[in-house]
Design a binder for this molecule. Structure first.
Ligand SMILES: [Zn+2]
Ligand SMILES: [Zn+2]
Length: 392
């Protein structure tokens, strides 16, 4: 065998895996939302404290730990901490104790993977050739914790020159890590449209301006932005998620409110597309004699994985995990990820850790989502392996 997965087979993992799974379950029981993650933070800090790893709070509920030499180009490993406002229906022994909150996106597992890697790296710290920054961030599902942590200096002192994140993947089997080079995840842009017409009797449409017909024309026109104006091989999504307006069957609606999301993969399109979207809506409304207000809130940037760095990570994982455990993904995801702010600043990539195996069910963001906990050890080994690489 050409590949000798030495790191993977190290006996110290036996205890680490069990320890990380217990931490994951502890976090799973008490999911927290957004930037308010004090309990999760205390679990992480207690674990780092127990390992003798120096740590700090760059933002109220974020945690950063430091390992290895203090000087030199650092590698940052990132896990997110927050859950979702979903009512858990898994029936697990360690299911959420809070109604309406659940770790349905696997962030509990990400934190456990990073702590598992941290413990392994602490035990092998004499082998660390470069500083390692352990980043635990809240708010990934919104409003975003990565950017405030960057602004608080997480990429400085030591200077971070490469970064890796982990995310569970409910399309990949446990034991497999997926890598995607280049455009990997989309930028989500929320919009609200208010169409203002002029009310009147439904029997006399000529006496008013129908906001419903105008809204329908706007929805149709916006679909042609994707089907007629977008390069067919570059993904782009325009979804209208809500629409409301009108009073009763014989009244012309004077007002319709709609909202939705635009997912953009190519960062170069961000500004131009959002402008074109708004122009088209304004012109359509004008053509129908209505007024319109459009608000677009650009979300996280698109996540672009650095090609050279991702290739290097792939080679490293092949050598420590075994070649058939790394899978190169061809398709990007139109989901979003605030790690993109880090990838804008330093070469970065995302490890998609397969969680499908015995006991697993449903996909992420489902109230029935269960992951195979074997994935926690796989993610921890991968993070540790990357941190132990020389960085050259
Ligand atoms: Zn999510
Ligand atoms: Zn997530």
């Amino acid at each position: 065998m050409e590949n000798t997965p030495v790191l993977s087979a190290d006996a110290s993992w036996i205890e680490i895996d069990e320890w990380a799974i217990q931490i994951r379950r502890q976090i799973h029981r008490q999911p927290e939302i957004g930037l308010e993650t004090p309990h999760t933070q205390s679990v992480i800090e207690a674990a780092l404290e127990g390992l003798g790893i120096v740590h700090s709070r760059p933002i109220t509920h974020g945690v950063v730990g430091h390992l290895g030499p203090r000087e030199g180009p650092a590698i940052l490993l990132r896990a997110d901490m927050d859950g979702l406002p979903i009512n858990e229906e898994t029936g697990l022994d360690f299911a959420s104790e809070y109604p309406g909150r659940m770790h349905a996106c696997g962030h509990d597992a990400h934190t456990a993977m990073l702590l598992g890697a941290a413990r392994y790296l602490k035990e092998h710290q004499n082998q660390l050739k470069r500083p390692v920054v352990l980043m635990f961030q809240p708010g990934e599902e919104g409003p975003g914790g990565a950017l405030p942590m960057i602004e608080a200096g997480v990429l400085k002192d030591p200077e971070v020159t490469e970064a890796v994140m982990v995310h569970v993947d409910s399309d990949l089997p446990v034991g497999v890590i997926g890598l995607k080079s280049g455009p990997a995840m989309a930028s989500p842009n929320a919009f609200t449209i208010v169409v203002k017409g002029q009310g009147g009797h439904g029997a006399h449409p000529d006496k008013g301006v129908d906001a419903i017909v105008t809204a329908a024309a706007i929805i149709q026109a916006c679909q042609t932005l994707v089907s007629r104006e977008q390069d067919p091989v570059v993904p782009l999504v325009v979804t209208f998620g809500t629409i409301s307006g009108g009073y009763r069957e014989n009244v012309l609606a004077d007002r319709v409110t709609m909202s939705g999301t635009i997912r953009i993969l190519d960062p170069a399109q961000q500004k131009t597309f959002l402008q074109r979207f708004q122009d088209l809506i304004h012109h359509t409304a004008q053509a129908y004699r209505a007024h319109v207000e459009v608000t677009v809130n650009p979300g996280y940037p698109a996540l672009v994985a650095d090609v050279t760095f991702t290739t290097k990570v792939g080679k490293r994982l092949n050598s420590v995990l075994g070649a058939n455990q790394v899978r190169w993904l061809t398709a990007p995801s139109m989901g979003a990820e605030d790690f993109a702010y880090i990838a804008q600043r330093v070469p970065a990539t995302s490890l998609k850790v397969g969680v499908v195996g015995s006991g697993s069910q449903s996909g992420i963001h489902s109230p029935n989502f269960i992951l195979n906990e074997g994935a926690i050890g796989v993610g921890a080994r991968a993070l540790a392996a990357i941190a132990l690489d020389s960085g050259s």
